[in-house]
Design a protein around this ligand. Structure first.
Ligand code: FAD
Length: 287
């Protein structure tokens, strides 16, 4: 049943400073409202417990995609459509573009934002695996300062994360070091479009003289948070991607993820699919 609209407040300050001032004056009272594609679903279902929102959609400070020699930086309000249209992202960060193209339908891609996807903190979200595999950093801003931190480690538990009530996610930064990197992204859902992931797998890999030099392996929908499989990455370093290495890596992966049975899938299916995707990814490193 839809929520009773007069119980909600939506403030629309016109500058970033005004937004941050409100967050600072009444911490925890106000929450950002970006594209609204997660929040409106809860509202429609009568499950939106929090009452006061700040509309941040018009803030130009949180928009735009900028490239320097070393990084590409995306405003938190960058939409999935904008991600897919960017030439550098398409060339150097194809997994992020693929995640964007497989997120919802066109309406969601036009409206939903990367910042909203991160802070909504669903373990089944599709852009976080790509962002983690690309070693993203995020910028949190508040009145009087800002801080950059690695995205890896930001989510500390189911829907828990290292952001204070007076902070806003402002930007996401990706290091441009994708030369000679293999990119591997698979979203496995009930169907090809408009489906929530049963398993989402994003990985990057580099080899040197047939030996695995560096990998980043990230799996979504298999734990309370999206999991970067650091132990599995360590296991692979310096080894040939042969059958024995793949077996060792699969055993390690199974120790790092802890899927559950839920409405979308079973733990058994998720474990099997995650392993299959790891095998497929490591096999691509052979050629
Ligand atoms: C039909 C449908 C299909 C979908 N399909 C997918 C899918 O395939 N894959 C997927 O991953 N998601 C999917 N989603 C979920 C949703 O579209 C995404 O999570 C989207 O990125 C959310 O962004 P938003 O701007 O709409 O967030 P909002 O709904 O505005 O906000 C979400 C949360 O983030 C907070 N927030 C937003 N921006 C900031 C900020 N800058 N700083 C601090 N807090 C902030 C809000 O307070 C709120 O708690 C789908 C949703 C719908 C309705």
């Amino acid at each position: 049943m839809r929520a009773f609209i007069p119980e909600y407040q939506l403030a629309t300050p016109t500058s970033l400073t005004d937004v941050l001032t409100l967050l600072n004056q009444e911490p925890g009272v106000w929450k950002p409202f970006a594209g609204g594609t997660d929040l409106m679903v809860l509202l429609e279902a009568g499950k939106l417990a929090h009452r006061n929102y700040i509309n941040i959609r018009g803030l130009s400070e949180l928009r735009g995609i900028e490239a320097t020699e070393t990084h590409i930086t995306l405003g938190a309000l960058t939409t999935y459509t904008e991600v897919q249209s960017d030439t550098i992202l398409r060339r150097e960060f194809p997994m992020l573009c693929q995640a964007a193209s497989e997120t919802g339908g066109l309406a969601i891609q036009n409206r939903g934002t990367l910042g909203g996807n991160i802070i909504n903190a669903s373990p089944a979200a599709d852009s976080p695996p790509a962002l983690l595999a690309y070693d993203a950093e995020i910028e949190l801003v508040k009145i009087g300062g800002s801080r950059w931190l690695p995205y890896y480690g930001f989510h500390t538990g189911y829907k828990e994360m290292a952001i204070a009530p007076d902070e806003l996610l402002a930007r996401i930064r990706l290091p441009r070091n994708s030369a000679n990197v293999t990119h591997y992204y698979r979203k496995v859902g009930t169907r090809k479009a408009q489906a929530i992931s049963k398993v989402c797998f994003a990985a990057t890999g580099k080899t040197d003289h047939e030996l695995i030099d560096d990998t980043r392996i990230v799996v979504g929908s298999v734990a309370p948070v999206v999991v970067r499989c650091a132990e599995t990455e360590d296991t692979l370093r310096g080894r040939k991607p042969d059958d024995e290495t793949i077996r060792t890596a699969c055993a390690s992966l199974l120790r790092e993820i802890s899927p559950i049975d839920d409405i979308r899938s079973t733990a058994k299916y998720r474990l099997q699919v995650a392993q299959n995707l790891l095998v497929d990814f490591l096999t691509t490193l052979r050629s």
